[in-house]
Write a protein that binds this ligand. Structure first.
Ligand code: SF4
Length: 359
C-alpha cells in the first residue's frame, strides 16, 4: 500500500507534554501487588524518588489553602490499591455501558475540569496497583450476546500517566483477548507510540479530545497542543502495516464553547482534522457543550482565580440530573446554534463518521 502523506500546517506548534510528578508515594498494600511493584520499578528507572508509606492511607497532602493543596496534590503520584467498591461498576451513558478506573485524578490543569468536585480529597493522582483484579472483574459485566463497552477515562486521563504505569497498554492487551468486550478511553495527551503495536484486535477505541487552539492554550494547562493531538490521532488510526496503531478512533470535541470567533476557530479545527485523517479509516464523533455545577464552579474558581471561562449562570439554563443535582448548560438558542453548526459541518465533511451524541 502507498504511504499516505500528512498535510502539516507549517505554522503549527507540535508541543507534547510528559508529566513527571515531584513525589511518588506507594502504600504497603500496593507494594504487595506485582503490578504495583512493576509501577514502582518503572518510576524508579525514570529517576523519580519513591517514598514507601507505612500505612495505606494518604496523608499530609493538604496545603495552607485550596490552591496550595491543589499544587501539592497535582504534582504527586500515589500508587495505591483500588478499594473493593471499585469492583462494583456503574453505568456511564451515553459514553459506554460501564465505567471502570485504572487511576483516579489527572495531571492536566483544565480550567473547566470535569473532575472538579467529583473526587474526594486533594486531587492527587492515584494509580491502581491491583490492575489484574480490576480487569478480571470486568468479565462479570459482559453481556454474552452483544458487545459490552467499558470506559476507562471518567476519573483520569490514562494516556497522561501511561509512561509511569503501563496500565493502559496492559488493559488494551487484556481487551484484545476478550470476546464481546470493548474498551474506550479518551485523552488530551499525545504519547501514543507505545500503543501502536499492541494486539488490540479491534476491541479498543482510543479517542482524542479536541478543541480550538485558543481554548486549548488558554484553558487546558499541561496538555499536548492541538497539533500534537492531531498527530497522535493520525498515528493511532493509520494501519499497523504503515507504522500506525490500526485502531478505529474517536474524536471528542469538548467542551464546545461559543468563544469570540468560535465559528471561524472550529472551522479551522475541522479543516485540520480533514487534512489529518486523509486516508481510509473509521472514526466517530462525540460532541459535548460546556457545563458546570455550583460545586465545580466554586472549586474551579478557587483553583484558577484568573480563569476566562464564562461561569455566569444568567446566560445558562438550569438542568437537574437524576439524583437532583444541578448543572448549568447553555440556553436553548446557544445550544441550537452550536449543535446545527457541528452537525452540518461534520455531515458535510465526514459523511461516513457517526456522531454518537451531542450533549
Ligand atoms: S484532562 Fe480531563 S480530567 Fe484532566 S484536568 Fe483536563 S478535564 Fe480534568
Amino acid at each position: 500500500m502507498e504511504a499516505v502523506q500528512e498535510i502539516v500546517n507549517p505554522k503549527a506548534e507540535i508541543r507534547s507534554k510528559i508529566w513527571m510528578p515531584k513525589q511518588v508515594l506507594i502504600t504497603p498494600a500496593a507494594l504487595d501487588e506485582p503490578w504495583g511493584r512493576q509501577i514502582y520499578e518503572r518510576v524508579q528507572a525514570l529517576g523519580l524518588p519513591v517514598q514507601e508509606l507505612k500505612q495505606n492511607r494518604l496523608t499530609g497532602l493538604r496545603g495552607e489553602d485550596e490552591r496550595e493543596t491543589y499544587r501539592k496534590a497535582k504534582s504527586t503520584l500515589a500508587i495505591v490499591t483500588a478499594p473493593p467498591s471499585a469492583l462494583k461498576l456503574q453505568p456511564i451513558p451515553p459514553s459506554a455501558d460501564y465505567q471502570f478506573h485504572l487511576a483516579e485524578g489527572c495531571p492536566a490543569h483544565c480550567q473547566y475540569c470535569y473532575l472538579a468536585g467529583s473526587l474526594q480529597g486533594p486531587p492527587v493522582i492515584r494509580t491502581f496497583a491491583n490492575l489484574p483484579t480490576i480487569l478480571n472483574n470486568l468479565v462479570n459485566y459482559r453481556n454474552p450476546n452483544q458487545v459490552t463497552t467499558f470506559e476507562a477515562s471518567c476519573y483520569t486521563d490514562p494516556l497522561g500517566i501511561e509512561h509511569l504505569t503501563g496500565s493502559l497498554a496492559e488493559t488494551i492487551r487484556f481487551f484484545g483477548e476478550q470476546e464481546n468486550m470493548h474498551l474506550r478511553w479518551v485523552s488530551k495527551f499525545d504519547q501514543v507510540d507505545g500503543l501502536l503495536n499492541l494486539p488490540h484486535n479491534g476491541h479498543t477505541q482510543p479517542r482524542i479530545s479536541l478543541n480550538t487552539d485558543f481554548i486549548s492554550r488558554r484553558m487546558e494547562g499541561g496538555t499536548a497542543s492541538m497539533e500534537a493531538r492531531l498527530a497522535a490521532i493520525r498515528k493511532l488510526a493509520l494501519p499497523q502495516a504503515q507504522g500506525g496503531g490500526g485502531y478505529k478512533v474517536g474524536l471528542v470535541i469538548a467542551p464546545i464553547m461559543p468563544v469570540p470567533d468560535w465559528e471561524e476557530q472550529y472551522t479551522y479545527l475541522l479543516d485540520r482534522l480533514e487534512q489529518t485523517l486523509n486516508f481510509p479509516c473509521e472514526f466517530t464523533f462525540e460532541l459535548i457543550s460546556h457545563r458546570f455545577t455550583p460545586g465545580s464552579k466554586a472549586l474551579l474558581q478557587e483553583w484558577y482565580p484568573n480563569t476566562i471561562i464564562d461561569f455566569d449562570e444568567s446566560n445558562r439554563s438550569l438542568k437537574y440530573n437524576k439524583f437532583g443535582g444541578k448543572k448549568y448548560v447553555y440556553n436553548a438558542a446557544t445550544m441550537t446554534m452550536l449543535r446545527s453548526f457541528f452537525y452540518s459541518e461534520l455531515k458535510r465533511r465526514f459523511p461516513e463518521a457517526p456522531i454518537l451524541y451531542w450533549t
